[in-house]
Design a binder for this molecule. Structure first.
Ligand SMILES: Nc1ncnc2c1ncn2[C@@H]1O[C@H](COP(=O)(O)OP(=O)(O)OP(=O)(O)O)[C@@H](O)[C@H]1O
Length: 319
Protein backbone atom coordinates (compact mmCIF):
# COMPACT_ATOMS: atom_id res chain seq x y z
CA UNK A 1 0.00 0.00 0.00
CA UNK A 2 1.14 3.51 0.66
CA UNK A 3 4.48 4.78 1.70
CA UNK A 4 5.21 5.89 5.29
CA UNK A 5 6.27 9.33 4.10
CA UNK A 6 2.81 9.98 2.67
CA UNK A 7 1.17 9.72 6.06
CA UNK A 8 3.83 11.12 8.31
CA UNK A 9 3.01 14.23 10.25
CA UNK A 10 -0.76 13.93 10.39
CA UNK A 11 -1.27 13.98 14.13
CA UNK A 12 -4.24 14.99 16.22
CA UNK A 13 -4.26 17.93 18.54
CA UNK A 14 -7.02 18.57 21.05
CA UNK A 15 -6.89 21.96 22.78
CA UNK A 16 -9.24 22.96 25.61
CA UNK A 17 -12.01 21.02 23.92
CA UNK A 18 -15.36 21.36 25.67
CA UNK A 19 -18.90 20.29 24.83
CA UNK A 20 -21.87 20.90 27.04
CA UNK A 21 -25.34 19.43 26.59
CA UNK A 22 -27.59 21.55 28.81
CA UNK A 23 -25.94 21.46 32.22
CA UNK A 24 -23.84 18.39 31.41
CA UNK A 25 -20.19 18.97 30.52
CA UNK A 26 -19.84 15.83 28.37
CA UNK A 27 -16.33 16.92 27.29
CA UNK A 28 -14.63 19.19 29.77
CA UNK A 29 -11.54 21.15 28.71
CA UNK A 30 -9.67 18.24 27.10
CA UNK A 31 -6.11 18.87 25.95
CA UNK A 32 -3.88 16.17 24.47
CA UNK A 33 -1.94 15.16 21.35
CA UNK A 34 -2.06 11.93 19.39
CA UNK A 35 1.07 11.05 17.47
CA UNK A 36 1.39 9.64 13.96
CA UNK A 37 2.90 6.18 13.46
CA UNK A 38 1.34 4.95 16.70
CA UNK A 39 -1.80 3.15 17.78
CA UNK A 40 -3.43 5.18 20.55
CA UNK A 41 -6.11 3.87 22.88
CA UNK A 42 -8.73 6.51 23.68
CA UNK A 43 -10.24 5.06 26.79
CA UNK A 44 -12.87 5.77 29.37
CA UNK A 45 -15.92 4.19 30.96
CA UNK A 46 -19.35 4.45 29.32
CA UNK A 47 -20.45 8.06 29.08
CA UNK A 48 -16.92 9.45 29.59
CA UNK A 49 -17.14 11.55 26.43
CA UNK A 50 -15.16 9.47 23.90
CA UNK A 51 -17.75 9.42 21.13
CA UNK A 52 -18.54 13.11 21.55
CA UNK A 53 -14.80 13.91 21.24
CA UNK A 54 -14.42 11.76 18.11
CA UNK A 55 -17.53 13.31 16.62
CA UNK A 56 -16.08 16.79 17.22
CA UNK A 57 -12.88 15.70 15.43
CA UNK A 58 -15.02 14.61 12.50
CA UNK A 59 -16.97 17.85 12.39
CA UNK A 60 -20.23 16.09 13.35
CA UNK A 61 -20.62 17.91 16.67
CA UNK A 62 -19.75 21.56 17.17
CA UNK A 63 -17.49 22.23 20.18
CA UNK A 64 -18.82 24.60 22.83
CA UNK A 65 -15.22 25.85 23.06
CA UNK A 66 -11.71 24.73 22.23
CA UNK A 67 -10.36 23.00 19.15
CA UNK A 68 -10.06 19.49 17.71
CA UNK A 69 -7.43 19.57 14.96
CA UNK A 70 -6.21 17.00 12.45
CA UNK A 71 -2.84 17.85 10.93
CA UNK A 72 -3.29 21.33 12.41
CA UNK A 73 -6.67 21.95 10.75
CA UNK A 74 -10.28 21.71 11.85
CA UNK A 75 -12.25 19.09 9.95
CA UNK A 76 -14.28 21.79 8.21
CA UNK A 77 -11.07 23.34 6.86
CA UNK A 78 -9.61 20.10 5.44
CA UNK A 79 -9.47 20.42 1.65
CA UNK A 80 -10.16 16.71 1.02
CA UNK A 81 -11.28 15.27 4.37
CA UNK A 82 -11.77 11.70 3.16
CA UNK A 83 -8.09 11.56 2.19
CA UNK A 84 -7.05 12.82 5.62
CA UNK A 85 -9.26 11.07 8.14
CA UNK A 86 -11.30 7.87 8.00
CA UNK A 87 -13.54 6.48 10.68
CA UNK A 88 -15.58 3.51 11.75
CA UNK A 89 -17.53 4.81 14.70
CA UNK A 90 -20.32 2.27 14.58
CA UNK A 91 -20.52 -0.81 12.41
CA UNK A 92 -24.23 -0.45 11.68
CA UNK A 93 -24.67 2.00 8.84
CA UNK A 94 -25.04 -0.55 6.06
CA UNK A 95 -28.17 -1.06 3.99
CA UNK A 96 -29.20 -4.64 4.83
CA UNK A 97 -30.31 -5.48 1.28
CA UNK A 98 -27.13 -4.27 -0.37
CA UNK A 99 -23.89 -6.24 -0.44
CA UNK A 100 -20.93 -4.88 1.49
CA UNK A 101 -19.04 -4.53 -1.77
CA UNK A 102 -21.82 -2.47 -3.35
CA UNK A 103 -22.02 -0.33 -0.24
CA UNK A 104 -18.34 0.50 -0.56
CA UNK A 105 -18.66 1.03 -4.32
CA UNK A 106 -21.41 3.64 -3.82
CA UNK A 107 -19.34 5.36 -1.16
CA UNK A 108 -16.26 5.23 -3.40
CA UNK A 109 -18.13 6.58 -6.43
CA UNK A 110 -19.37 9.65 -4.56
CA UNK A 111 -15.73 10.49 -3.81
CA UNK A 112 -14.28 9.64 -7.22
CA UNK A 113 -12.52 6.55 -5.89
CA UNK A 114 -12.24 3.65 -8.39
CA UNK A 115 -13.93 0.24 -7.83
CA UNK A 116 -10.51 -1.38 -7.93
CA UNK A 117 -9.70 0.29 -4.61
CA UNK A 118 -12.84 -1.29 -3.11
CA UNK A 119 -11.76 -4.79 -4.14
CA UNK A 120 -8.22 -4.14 -2.95
CA UNK A 121 -9.54 -3.12 0.48
CA UNK A 122 -11.95 -6.06 0.77
CA UNK A 123 -8.98 -8.32 0.09
CA UNK A 124 -6.95 -6.47 2.69
CA UNK A 125 -9.57 -6.82 5.44
CA UNK A 126 -10.07 -10.48 4.58
CA UNK A 127 -13.67 -10.56 3.24
CA UNK A 128 -13.34 -10.51 -0.58
CA UNK A 129 -15.96 -13.23 -1.20
CA UNK A 130 -18.27 -12.63 1.76
CA UNK A 131 -18.58 -8.96 0.83
CA UNK A 132 -20.68 -9.99 -2.21
CA UNK A 133 -23.47 -11.22 0.06
CA UNK A 134 -26.24 -9.03 1.50
CA UNK A 135 -24.93 -6.96 4.40
CA UNK A 136 -28.06 -7.82 6.43
CA UNK A 137 -26.65 -11.32 6.94
CA UNK A 138 -23.27 -10.16 8.20
CA UNK A 139 -21.88 -11.13 11.56
CA UNK A 140 -20.63 -8.37 13.87
CA UNK A 141 -17.07 -9.34 12.96
CA UNK A 142 -17.77 -8.89 9.25
CA UNK A 143 -19.38 -5.54 9.88
CA UNK A 144 -16.26 -4.48 11.73
CA UNK A 145 -14.07 -5.48 8.79
CA UNK A 146 -16.38 -3.77 6.32
CA UNK A 147 -16.40 -0.62 8.47
CA UNK A 148 -12.62 -0.70 8.51
CA UNK A 149 -12.49 -1.00 4.72
CA UNK A 150 -14.93 1.94 4.44
CA UNK A 151 -12.74 4.03 6.73
CA UNK A 152 -9.70 3.31 4.59
CA UNK A 153 -11.33 4.09 1.23
CA UNK A 154 -9.72 7.50 0.87
CA UNK A 155 -6.33 6.16 2.05
CA UNK A 156 -6.39 8.54 5.04
CA UNK A 157 -3.43 9.22 7.31
CA UNK A 158 -5.70 9.23 10.36
CA UNK A 159 -8.12 6.45 11.27
CA UNK A 160 -10.62 6.71 14.15
CA UNK A 161 -12.16 3.42 15.28
CA UNK A 162 -14.77 2.81 17.95
CA UNK A 163 -14.33 -0.53 19.77
CA UNK A 164 -12.95 -2.25 16.63
CA UNK A 165 -12.51 -5.63 18.33
CA UNK A 166 -16.16 -5.78 19.37
CA UNK A 167 -17.79 -8.96 18.04
CA UNK A 168 -14.55 -10.44 16.68
CA UNK A 169 -13.52 -13.99 17.58
CA UNK A 170 -10.00 -14.56 19.02
CA UNK A 171 -8.58 -15.11 15.52
CA UNK A 172 -10.25 -11.89 14.34
CA UNK A 173 -8.90 -9.96 17.32
CA UNK A 174 -5.36 -11.17 16.55
CA UNK A 175 -5.81 -10.19 12.92
CA UNK A 176 -7.15 -6.73 13.84
CA UNK A 177 -4.24 -6.15 16.21
CA UNK A 178 -1.68 -7.02 13.52
CA UNK A 179 -3.50 -4.97 10.89
CA UNK A 180 -3.67 -1.82 13.03
CA UNK A 181 -0.01 -2.22 14.01
CA UNK A 182 0.89 -2.45 10.32
CA UNK A 183 -1.11 0.68 9.44
CA UNK A 184 0.67 2.65 12.16
CA UNK A 185 4.18 1.22 12.22
CA UNK A 186 4.80 0.45 8.56
CA UNK A 187 2.63 3.09 6.97
CA UNK A 188 2.99 5.91 9.47
CA UNK A 189 -0.73 6.41 9.98
CA UNK A 190 -2.30 7.78 13.15
CA UNK A 191 -4.59 5.11 14.54
CA UNK A 192 -7.05 5.88 17.34
CA UNK A 193 -8.96 3.06 18.96
CA UNK A 194 -11.63 3.99 21.47
CA UNK A 195 -12.74 1.52 24.09
CA UNK A 196 -14.33 1.38 27.52
CA UNK A 197 -11.97 -1.42 28.55
CA UNK A 198 -8.24 -0.99 28.82
CA UNK A 199 -7.68 -4.75 28.96
CA UNK A 200 -9.25 -5.10 25.49
CA UNK A 201 -6.74 -2.83 23.81
CA UNK A 202 -3.74 -3.35 26.10
CA UNK A 203 -1.92 -5.52 23.58
CA UNK A 204 -2.80 -3.33 20.59
CA UNK A 205 -1.88 0.19 21.65
CA UNK A 206 1.39 2.10 22.01
CA UNK A 207 -0.09 5.13 23.75
CA UNK A 208 -3.16 5.76 25.87
CA UNK A 209 -5.35 8.74 26.68
CA UNK A 210 -7.74 7.89 29.50
CA UNK A 211 -10.72 10.13 30.21
CA UNK A 212 -13.45 10.13 32.83
CA UNK A 213 -16.36 12.54 32.96
CA UNK A 214 -14.98 14.44 30.01
CA UNK A 215 -11.56 15.05 31.56
CA UNK A 216 -8.13 13.51 30.98
CA UNK A 217 -7.13 11.35 33.96
CA UNK A 218 -4.00 9.79 32.45
CA UNK A 219 -1.98 9.88 29.26
CA UNK A 220 1.33 8.48 28.06
CA UNK A 221 2.82 5.33 26.62
CA UNK A 222 1.50 1.95 27.70
CA UNK A 223 4.90 1.31 29.34
CA UNK A 224 4.54 4.48 31.38
CA UNK A 225 1.13 3.29 32.49
CA UNK A 226 2.58 -0.04 33.57
CA UNK A 227 5.09 1.91 35.66
CA UNK A 228 8.07 0.36 37.38
CA UNK A 229 7.53 -3.35 37.71
CA UNK A 230 7.70 -5.07 41.06
CA UNK A 231 9.56 -8.38 41.49
CA UNK A 232 8.01 -11.35 43.28
CA UNK A 233 10.43 -13.65 45.10
CA UNK A 234 9.66 -16.71 47.19
CA UNK A 235 12.20 -18.20 49.56
CA UNK A 236 12.57 -20.16 52.84
CA UNK A 237 12.99 -17.28 55.27
CA UNK A 238 11.21 -14.25 53.80
CA UNK A 239 12.03 -11.97 56.75
CA UNK A 240 15.76 -12.71 56.49
CA UNK A 241 15.77 -12.12 52.73
CA UNK A 242 13.79 -8.89 53.16
CA UNK A 243 16.46 -7.64 55.55
CA UNK A 244 19.26 -8.55 53.10
CA UNK A 245 17.44 -6.86 50.24
CA UNK A 246 17.04 -3.78 52.43
CA UNK A 247 20.81 -3.73 53.06
CA UNK A 248 21.29 -3.90 49.28
CA UNK A 249 19.12 -0.80 48.89
CA UNK A 250 15.93 -2.58 47.78
CA UNK A 251 12.55 -2.28 49.49
CA UNK A 252 10.76 -5.60 50.02
CA UNK A 253 7.35 -6.26 51.61
CA UNK A 254 5.67 -9.55 52.52
CA UNK A 255 3.12 -10.58 49.88
CA UNK A 256 0.71 -12.98 51.59
CA UNK A 257 -1.52 -13.23 48.51
CA UNK A 258 1.38 -15.04 46.78
CA UNK A 259 2.10 -17.28 49.79
CA UNK A 260 3.56 -17.07 53.30
CA UNK A 261 7.12 -17.14 51.97
CA UNK A 262 6.62 -14.45 49.28
CA UNK A 263 8.07 -10.96 49.04
CA UNK A 264 7.41 -8.13 46.62
CA UNK A 265 10.49 -6.06 45.79
CA UNK A 266 9.66 -2.54 44.65
CA UNK A 267 10.86 -1.46 41.22
CA UNK A 268 12.98 -4.62 40.76
CA UNK A 269 10.84 -6.27 38.06
CA UNK A 270 13.25 -5.13 35.37
CA UNK A 271 16.33 -6.37 37.26
CA UNK A 272 15.51 -9.81 38.59
CA UNK A 273 19.20 -10.78 38.55
CA UNK A 274 19.89 -8.27 41.29
CA UNK A 275 17.31 -9.91 43.57
CA UNK A 276 18.69 -13.36 42.73
CA UNK A 277 22.25 -12.22 43.48
CA UNK A 278 21.26 -10.84 46.91
CA UNK A 279 19.49 -14.12 47.72
CA UNK A 280 22.50 -16.16 46.61
CA UNK A 281 24.92 -14.05 48.65
CA UNK A 282 22.60 -14.46 51.68
CA UNK A 283 22.48 -18.23 51.20
CA UNK A 284 18.69 -18.11 50.67
CA UNK A 285 17.17 -20.59 48.21
CA UNK A 286 15.00 -18.98 45.52
CA UNK A 287 11.78 -20.93 44.92
CA UNK A 288 10.28 -18.43 42.50
CA UNK A 289 11.45 -15.14 41.00
CA UNK A 290 9.49 -13.16 38.43
CA UNK A 291 8.29 -9.70 37.47
CA UNK A 292 4.75 -8.89 38.55
CA UNK A 293 2.78 -7.19 35.81
CA UNK A 294 0.69 -4.18 36.76
CA UNK A 295 -2.99 -5.06 36.78
CA UNK A 296 -4.00 -2.46 34.21
CA UNK A 297 -7.70 -3.14 34.56
CA UNK A 298 -7.49 -2.37 38.28
CA UNK A 299 -5.43 0.74 37.58
CA UNK A 300 -8.00 1.83 34.97
CA UNK A 301 -10.82 1.50 37.52
CA UNK A 302 -8.81 3.39 40.13
CA UNK A 303 -8.14 6.20 37.65
CA UNK A 304 -11.67 6.49 36.32
CA UNK A 305 -13.58 5.86 39.53
CA UNK A 306 -11.64 8.15 41.85
CA UNK A 307 -13.96 10.10 44.18
CA UNK A 308 -13.83 13.28 42.09
CA UNK A 309 -14.86 11.39 38.95
CA UNK A 310 -17.27 8.79 40.26
CA UNK A 311 -20.80 9.38 39.02
CA UNK A 312 -20.25 13.07 38.50
CA UNK A 313 -22.40 12.97 35.40
CA UNK A 314 -25.10 11.03 37.20
CA UNK A 315 -25.19 13.65 39.93
CA UNK A 316 -25.40 16.41 37.33
CA UNK A 317 -28.24 14.65 35.57
CA UNK A 318 -30.31 14.25 38.70
CA UNK A 319 -29.64 17.71 40.06
N1 LIG B 1 -26.68 14.69 21.80
C1 LIG B 1 -26.59 14.58 23.13
N2 LIG B 1 -27.46 15.21 23.93
C2 LIG B 1 -27.39 15.13 25.28
N3 LIG B 1 -26.46 14.40 25.94
C3 LIG B 1 -25.55 13.74 25.18
C4 LIG B 1 -25.56 13.79 23.76
N4 LIG B 1 -24.54 13.03 23.30
C5 LIG B 1 -23.91 12.53 24.37
N5 LIG B 1 -24.51 12.96 25.52
C6 LIG B 1 -24.07 12.65 26.89
O1 LIG B 1 -22.73 13.01 27.01
C7 LIG B 1 -22.01 12.09 27.82
C8 LIG B 1 -20.84 11.53 27.03
O2 LIG B 1 -21.34 10.67 26.02
P1 LIG B 1 -20.40 9.91 24.97
O3 LIG B 1 -21.30 9.12 24.08
O4 LIG B 1 -19.49 10.88 24.34
O5 LIG B 1 -19.58 8.95 25.92
P2 LIG B 1 -18.70 7.68 25.55
O6 LIG B 1 -17.47 7.79 26.34
O7 LIG B 1 -18.56 7.60 24.08
O8 LIG B 1 -19.59 6.50 26.09
P3 LIG B 1 -19.83 5.01 25.47
O9 LIG B 1 -18.60 4.23 25.79
O10 LIG B 1 -21.03 4.55 26.26
O11 LIG B 1 -20.09 5.17 24.01
C9 LIG B 1 -23.01 11.05 28.26
O12 LIG B 1 -23.47 11.38 29.55
C10 LIG B 1 -24.12 11.18 27.22
O13 LIG B 1 -25.36 10.78 27.77
Amino acid sequence: MTDVALHEGTGISIRGLTKTFGTLRAVDDLTFDIRPGRVTGFLGPNGAGKTTTLRMLLGLVRPTSGEALIGGLRYADLPRPMNVVGSALEATGFHPGRSGRDHLRVLAATHGIPDSRVDQLLELVGIPAAARKRAGAYSMGMRQRLGLAAGLLGDPGVLLLDEPANGLDPEGIRWMRGFLRHLAENEGRTIVVSSHMLSEVEQTVDDVVIIANGQVVSQGTIEELHGEQTALVRTDDAAALAAELGRAGLTAHPSPEHGPDALQVEGAGGDLARVGDVALAAGQPVHELRALRTDLERLFLELTESPEHRNRNLQEKTR
